[in-house]
Write a protein that binds this ligand. Structure first.
Ligand code: ZN
Length: 142
């Protein structure tokens, strides 16, 4: 990990909430049990878990499940200041590309994202994880 990307006590606690959320996973097809926890700008933590479907493409990741809950509870101006992803399978699970794109609209660019990587728990600033998110806002081009 680079300087500034440390697993602080607050991030470790967020990671534990993600692990707890993974206990609720609905993953009868893959058995991959994932949880996510998002810390919001007011300090609230919202959790989510993956919800699979027999029509596999309809599966919802834990990160997007948590984000949908955050917006549903707090409205469209909600901002994410930290995110954690965990799984109960002892496997690497950084947020997938779809989740990164969806998070990009609500997460602070410098928000730390903690997740299990092949070399252990990793913390990355969101901007380093998703440097070129799709964006149609004209004032952000160039
Ligand atoms: Zn995903």
């Amino acid at each position: 990990m680079e300087a500034g990307d440390q697993l602080t006590a607050a991030l470790a606690a967020l990671l534990e909430q993600a692990r707890a959320a993974a206990q609720h996973s609905y993953s009868p097809y893959s058995g991959f049990r994932v949880g996510a926890a998002l810390r919001l700008n007011d300090g609230t933590v919202v959790i989510g878990t993956n919800v699979e479907n027999v029509s596999y493409g309809l599966t919802l990741c834990a990160e997007r499940a948590a984000l949908v809950q955050a917006v549903s509870r707090f409205g469209p101006t909600v901002r994410i200041t930290a995110a954690a992803v965990a799984n109960l399978n002892d496997a690497p699970s950084p947020p997938c590309g779809a989740c990164r794109q969806v998070l990009a609209e609500f997460i602070e660019p410098d928000a730390p994202v903690v997740f299990p990587a092949a070399d252990g728990t990793r913390v990355m600033a969101f901007r380093d994880m998703m440097p070129l998110a799709f964006d149609m806002k004209l004032d952000k081009r160039g």
